[in-house]
Design a protein around this ligand. Structure first.
Ligand SMILES: Cc1ncc(COP(=O)(O)O)c(C=O)c1O
Length: 396
């Protein structure tokens, strides 16, 4: 009611925006409300310029309004004012991420306008978490491991019982065209499929049709190789059914990351229901034992990381060179992990990041390890000049 009583007051004071009666649904709701109150509002719509209105289009004002904290008088906005505020909001963000292009099946196309990179409020993904996503890196104008990430994306969608709006080839084409439109050579491609917009019910049966969204984010920062501290997460790990799919239900992951940060760490490590080492909130983990065995936890209760899988295959060369004795995917106790020579985090975001301390335990000699460095170099080399199975060229 705060919104509507504010509208009422604004009209009585003659301060209502001139363009309230544009065709936006919000405005027509307001118009319906106002006509039902019997307020003679139409006489206020006298063609006065928007500059004269309380919520005019001065960009300084818009900036200030976008940050407004006045909750006692909430303006009812016209379509263009919402657009302006969305733009101001983008400009005022703390995080300066560059969103270069977004595809939405709701639009049926791509936009490069950041303020329009929005999704419907009643998408089942927003209110019920009924969506899955994936991410792939863009390096030197190639998408790295696009097909591997799409395969996992489709597996996640199937586990979440979300039917696809397009077939695999169609989704792949859309993703590539979104990167083309973005002109991005260095960054990341994120994409979601959801049950789609419909209503706010628990069941997805009222959802009109599944939706696909994708966004391209510019990021030219080099990988951070510096060693980090991790802690053991006190936030419970997701049960295997949910941990093995990449759904948008990342609340445990977010809380786990926050717990790490609150304790001076970079990430918190989950243990599985049997107490074995599992994974981090958005990365896998790997260890190098004193016997030079590269070990990763089994993937049956955690996300099957595309980067971790690729590292496993690239590391085979290190066994041939005698730098590793063997490579294993097996259960690993915390004690074994903490006694390892090297520990590292592995994922699309971190690539390969050495861990120097886990809780109070210093790992190895407390310095970034040789194997971690070699694996990072191998992944970077693979991203820059690997085979066509892992590098999809973008036809800009
Ligand atoms: C929970 C979790 N585990 C592992 C990973 C690493 O997966 P990938 O290497 O495919 O990025 C991620 C990636 O976001 C993740 O969210």
């Amino acid at each position: 009611m705060a919104l509507l009583s504010s509208v009422h007051k604004s009209i009585l004071e003659g301060s209502y925006p001139a363009n309230i009666f544009d065709s936006s649904p919000v405005s027509s709701v307001a118009a319906r409300y106002l006509s039902s109150t019997g307020v003679g509002f139409r006489s206020r719509i006298d063609g006065s310029s928007s500059k004269e209105t309380k919520f005019g289009r001065n960009s300084v004002q818009i900036k200030a309004l976008a940050d407004h904290t006045n909750t006692s008088e909430v303006p009812l906005l016209s379509r263009s004012e919402v657009f302006e505020r969305l733009t101001a909001n983008q400009e005022n963000r703390k995080s300066k991420q560059h969103y270069l292009a977004m595809y939405s099946s709701i639009f049926g196309g791509i936009t490069t306008e950041p303020s329009l990179m929005v999704i419907p409020m009643d998408d089942h993904m927003v209110h019920r978490g009924h969506g899955v996503f994936d991410t792939a890196a863009i390096m030197d104008g190639y998408v790295y491991e696009l097909d591997q990430h799409i395969d996992r994306f489709l597996r996640s969608a199937s586990m979440a019982k979300i039917s696809l709006p397009f077939d695999k080839k169609g989704i792949r084409n859309i993703l590539i065209q979104t990167v083309v439109a973005s002109k991005c050579k260095q960054g990341s491609l994120r994409y979601w499929v959801s049950a789609g917009p419909g209503d706010f019910q628990l069941s997805p049966y009222g959802c009109h049709q599944p939706a696909l969204y994708a966004i391209v984010i510019k990021d030219q920062s080099p990988p951070d190789w510096s060693g980090v501290k991790v802690i053991t997460s006190s936030i419970p790990i997701k049960p295997p059914q949910f941990a093995t799919m990449k759904s948008v239900n990342y609340l445990p992951n977010v809380l786990s990351k926050m717990e790490a940060q609150e304790n001076g760490g970079f990430a918190a490590i989950w243990l599985d229901d049997e107490g074995y080492i599992a994974e981090g909130p958005n990365m896998n983990v790997a260890f190098v034992t004193k016997e030079k065995e590269l070990v990763m936890p089994c993937f049956d209760k955690i996300l099957s990381g595309c980067t971790a899988r690729r590292v496993l295959s690239l590391a085979e060369g290190l066994v041939r060179e005698g730098k590793l004795s063997e490579i294993s995917v097996r259960n690993l106790t915390v004690e074994e992990g903490k006694m390892a020579d090297e520990m590292m985090l592995i994922g699309s975001g971190v690539l390969v990041r050495p861990v120097l301390q886990w809780d109070d335990q210093v790992i190895g000699n407390g310095k970034e390890g040789h194997v971690a460095r070699t694996l990072l170099n191998l992944i970077l080399e693979d991203m820059k000049s690997g085979p066509s199975t892992v590098r999809v060229p973008i036809p800009y």
